[in-house]
Design a protein around this ligand. Structure first.
Ligand SMILES: [Zn+2]
Length: 98
């Protein structure tokens, strides 16, 4: 299991809506901030982001942002088509199959 902690703060729900409709959680370092408790699949998605943070360190926000820009320039969604989100969805889907 990837070392992490989850912080649930219901008031984050409103804050995050400015960025993404239907958002649930954001991972910073090994801390997952969510506005409600996560199920196993949702947690695994965020744990992939924990691993991404571990891989890139403090550079992660910059490489994530660069990937978002690349997706947008290609006419795609900065979020859904961001390769870091694709990897996180892949990790989460591996949980569903168990
Ligand atoms: Zn994600």
């Amino acid at each position: 299991m990837t070392s992490h902690r989850v912080v649930v703060l219901p008031w984050l729900r409103l804050l995050g809506r400015f960025l993404i409709d239907n958002w649930l959680a954001i991972t910073i370092g090994r801390t997952v901030f969510a506005w409600r408790a996560l199920n196993d699949v949702e947690l695994e998605h965020e744990l992939e982001h924990v691993r991404q943070w571990r891989r890139y360190g403090v550079a992660f926000p910059a490489v994530y942002f660069a990937a978002a820009l690349r997706a947008r320039r290609a006419g795609k969604s900065w979020y859904r088509d961001n390769r870091f989100e694709e990897d996180a969805r892949k990790a989460a889907s591996s949980i569903k199959k168990r």
